[in-house]
Design a protein around this ligand. Structure first.
Ligand code: PLP
Length: 488
């Protein structure tokens, strides 16, 4: 399988690359992204064959069908990372909350958010590739709270990879911050930045485009790569759990093989939703993918009006911070698939120059064949959390945005899977507030919610509070470069 570019080719880069090349150097011509030339078929034969497969077996067969240039043994080793999830026999459990609504819980890995689903096996593969080539890579992450911990966790103690992780000091939950600053591997560096996530991300972008900095890295023999969801190495693992969730619905007799379901995806950078789109396109029986957002509802606008407009918006900080995103990277891959490279390049250029673009009505209709979208604000989210807590199910504020989409966007009464992208323990203060109790910090929230809602706190979360803090550096954005070079 070869990978091609969403904005066409500039005559300098190769017109198509292997999977390894696409994940080691994820930036394509004109600032575009890599996408697979085609997808393996998820037909009924494939699905039926995997009706009683283990998650890892399904994943292995899917990846082999993708025909990527990674050895089978390496893929198998990478997939063993799922053995460290809560229930190795089923890393992604499906839980019913209504007769026709099931939650697919993607958060049972080490850092309690769905980022582990892709980053865990991806981290292993990337590090193996770097070792095989005898190359050293630096991954620079900026995080609003979930990507950082998951990136550090997957690369800790992995050879030929170093990770620096910037977080906005005061801009994450206590648990998220502790997950980062208690990491103790030598190849990881965590730096707090004075400012909000935007400032942090901006500082990182400046550094990434600095010729000085690049020269310093080159001198040290270090190459740069990215582990965010512009990297297709993450997307490929985000197709698999949609197949798994469908098979779970067949296994629990909610549907018969071949019947269609809705998927509800709480979305920010659209990596999770893109995985669902590829699964649908490859043949998984999905009626539609329902996109849930918070008040930063640019995806709702895009999918209901065809307008993508950054000029009349400011990012609003919400209680579902992993979806506080205005520039959603992965919709570019959907547009390439539907409208082709020339049009995608034109639209993305318009966005860069004018801060907005408008799709034609035909283009919008084409998107609406696969997607529908709405959003919930924080108040609606907390009402949902309280409502389901009463029925005995505790969900986090990202997952809560799915409920309005489930209630209002379905055109048919088909069974529905909603995705839970984080465990409540990661956003316990918000959950406590939703249940009517103001707390001073996460420690108090975890205890209160766990006692009052009768849910347990996993040891990897409760244990954080007694771990030594290994990263105490908090700097202003002008000192980031120095800190990094010191570390390298
Ligand atoms: C990253 C994240 C999201 C958004 O996922 P995308 O793939 O970026 O759309 C939603 N919820 C949580 C908890 C996350 O960590």
């Amino acid at each position: 399988m070869q990978f091609i570019e969403t904005r066409g080719n500039d005559g300098e880069k190769s017109t198509s690359v292997t999977f390894s090349e696409a994940i080691l150097s994820p930036s394509a011509s004109y600032g575009g992204l890599y996408v697979p030339e085609s997808l393996p078929a998820l037909d009924e034969t494939f699905l039926t064959k995997h009706l009683s497969s283990h998650y890892k077996t399904l994943a292995l067969d899917f990846l082999l069908a993708f025909d990527i240039d990674i050895e089978k043994e390496t893929i198998e080793e990478a997939l063993k990372r799922y053995d460290a999830f809560d229930e190795p026999s089923n890393p992604v459990p499906l839980v019913g909350i209504e007769d026709d609504c099931f939650v697919s819980e993607l958060y049972h890995g080490q850092t309690r958010a769905f980022k582990d689903m892709a980053l865990q096996p991806f981290g292993y593969i990337l590090s193996k590739l770097a070792q095989k080539r005898g190359e050293n890579y630096l991954i620079m992450a900026a995080t609003s709270g979930d990507t950082g911990p998951a990136t550090l966790e997957t690369f800790k103690n992995q050879e030929n990879i170093k990770v620096t992780c910037l977080y906005p000091n005061g801009g994450t939950s206590d648990v998220q911050k502790l997950q980062m600053v208690t990491e103790d591997a030598k190849n990881l560096k965590v730096i707090g930045v004075e400012g909000n996530f935007d400032d942090t991300q901006h500082a990182l972008k400046e550094l990434l485009s600095s010729e000085d900095f690049k020269a310093e890295l080159e001198e040290r023999g270090i190459k740069l790569t990215a582990a965010n969801s512009v990297n297709f190495g993450r997307i490929i693992f985000q197709i698999i759990y949609h197949i798994h969730s469908y098979l779970e619905m067949v296994r629990n007799s909610s549907i018969k093989m071949g019947e269609k379901i809705y998927l509800v995806v709480p979305s920010g950078n659209f990596g999770n939703a893109l995985g669902a789109y590829y699964a649908k396109k490859a043949g998984l029986p999905i009626e539609k993918i329902l996109i849930a957002s918070n008040i930063n509802n640019i995806l709702t606008d895009w999918l209901t009006t065809g307008s993508y407009d950054l000029t009349n918006r400011e990012l609003v900080l919400t209680e579902s911070p992993a979806m506080d995103i205005l520039k959603s990277s992965n919709i570019e891959r959907v547009m390439f698939d539907k409208f082709g490279g020339a049009r995608t390049k034109e639209l993305m250029l318009e966005l860069e120059v004018n801060g907005k673009y408008q799709l034609s009505s035909e283009e919008l209709s084409s998107l609406q064949e696969d997607f529908s979208a709405n959003f919930s604000d924080d108040t609606e989210g907390k009402i949902v959390i309280a409502e389901y807590a009463k029925k005995g199910y505790i969900m986090d504020p990202h997952t809560a945005t799915c409920i309005k989409a489930y209630r209002e966007l379905r055109e048919k009464k088909l069974p529905t899977v909603i995705y839970s992208t984080a465990e409540w323990t990661k956003f316990s203060s918000t959950v406590a507030k939703a249940l009517g109790h103001e707390v001073k910090d996460d420690m108090e929230a975890l205890t209160w919610v766990s006692e009052n809602a009768d849910v347990s706190v996993p040891s990897m979360v409760s244990g954080l509070f007694s771990k030594p803090i290994n990263h105490t550096v908090v700097v202003d954005k002008n000192s980031i470069k120095g800190e990094m070079l010191n570390f390298l």
